[in-house]
Ligand binder design. Structure first.
Ligand code: NAD
Length: 383
């Protein structure tokens, strides 16, 4: 059983699917690991480190042949369609893969008769927690968001009692208290800020309070959806939410937004006028910038001034901490593959709820309804 780890090809992607520190865990499962030369360079893992950990190094010119013969191909981003087209029959490709937007890759995997498992679709059940790459990467982005806010703010985060007098702590407001939001709260708390948070899911209130932050309750209906995720809101409710949040935003020194609704554009939580209502020197960190933005005017991968407020738009945020982001991701991949190894072979068994949930394509058959719809294919007609 050979697992092949190609270098990531997307610009700005600095993670790698398997790191040398975690390689031994793959070997224990019975895998032989082969890594494309240079795959770990952005995560500070050179070919020699992989070699020492027991991996083979594949020169880039030989990648296509290696992909064809692999039992598993592990990447962070979806395989480029031209690489996916070269997968062997039955090869299992593991990565993030959106059934509704990564249609070209999905079509190529299906045509090759291969299998695609996506972390985007991993069921959020306790047994699957060790495999939850959405969670591990959200932890990285939430941590990073608070560091960025602390770095860009022209004031301290913590309270300082000095001989000259007292400096009050920064007020940090976190909007969206899922995995990233909770980690942003924890990090801002550790740095000494006074933290409050809001989320549409009432279940998040206890989690926020358990971190020592204040939960903001608004006079609005809750939006708890299925699988622990939020539901999309109507425009009326969104407008009312913004109106009720405005004074909290105006009172904050730093606002960190992390709100998302799976499969949808990020909800607009903060308008330009609300940003303009903040004190000069305040900072807004929008982690949802790449998916439409929680903050009007935020630019993914850029920081812009709206009046005298700095708005930082997140892009490839997990890649800004590539070492630990990759290490956590590699552990997620290893845990997921642990479900597939049977008697020295990789078997993707649809009787396993976790694998069934992740399988976008199984041996050439497109199983995800969303992927079928995006591709406009009829059942059984994909090849
Ligand atoms: P996410 O990235 O989909 O969204 C981030 C947060 O934004 C969510 O908390 C969501 O409620 C919130 N949000 C959406 N619209 C909003 C709005 N208009 N205003 C304010 N907030 C808004 O969420 P996530 O981090 O992936 O977590 C979603 C849930 O899944 C959480 O309850 C989390 O604890 C749970 N979870 C469970 C498991 C597991 O059991 N294995 C693993 C990970 C997460």
């Amino acid at each position: 059983m050979r697992i092949v780890v190609p270098a990531e090809r997307a610009e700005g992607e600095h993670r790698v699917a398997v790191v040398p520190q975690v390689l031994g865990k793959f070997t224990q499962l019975g895998f032989e690991v082969a890594v494309e030369s240079g795959a770990g360079r952005h995560a500070f893992a050179d070919d020699e480190a992989y070699r020492l950990a027991g991996a083979q190094i594949i020169p880039s010119g030989e990648l296509s042949a290696a992909l064809h013969g692999a039992a598993v191909v592990a990447t962070v981003r979806p395989l480029a369609p031209e690489l996916a087209a070269g997968l062997g029959k039955g090869t299992v490709a593991v990565s993030f893969l959106s059934p509704s937007t990564d249609s070209a890759t999905i079509a190529a995997v299906a045509k090759a008769g291969a299998t695609a498992l996506s972390f985007d679709l991993l069921p959020r059940i306790s047994r699957a927690q060790s495999m939850d790459a959405l969670t591990s990467q959200a932890l990285v982005t939430g941590y990073r968001a608070s560091l960025v806010a602390a770095d860009r703010l022209p004031t301290f985060f913590p309270l300082f009692m000095t001989a000259a007098g007292t400096i009050q702590p920064a007020k940090v407001l976190v909007l969206g208290a899922g995995v990233a939001g909770l980690q942003a709260i924890a990090t801002a708390k550790r740095l000494g800020a006074k933290v409050s948070a809001y989320d549409v899911r009432p279940a998040s209130a206890d989690e926020v309070r358990s971190m020592g932050a204040t939960f903001i309750t608004l006079d609005l209906e809750a939006l708890e959806g299925s699988g622990g995720y939020a539901r999309e809101m109507t425009e009326d409710r969104a407008a009312r939410q913004r109106e009720l949040l405005a004074p909290h935003i105006a009172a904050a020194d730093a606002v960190i937004t992390t709100a998302a609704v799976p499969g949808r554009r990020a909800p607009l939580l903060v308008t330009r006028a609300m940003v303009e209502g903040m004190r000069p020197g305040s900072v807004v960190v929008d982690l949802a910038s790449e998916t439409g933005g929680n903050v009007e005017g935020s630019q993914p991968g850029d920081e812009v001034w709206i009046g005298q407020v700095l708005v930082w738009g997140g892009k490839d945020v997990a890649s800004q901490m590539p070492v630990h982001a990759s290490q956590l991701y590699a552990m997620n991949v290893q845990a997921l593959l642990g479900l597939t190894v049977r008697d020295g072979a990789v078997v993707v068994d649809m009787a396993d709820e976790v694998l069934e949930g992740c399988a976008v394509v199984l041996n050439g058959e497109i199983r995800s309804e969303a992927a079928r719809t995006a591709l406009g294919v009829l059942p059984g007609k994909e090849s």
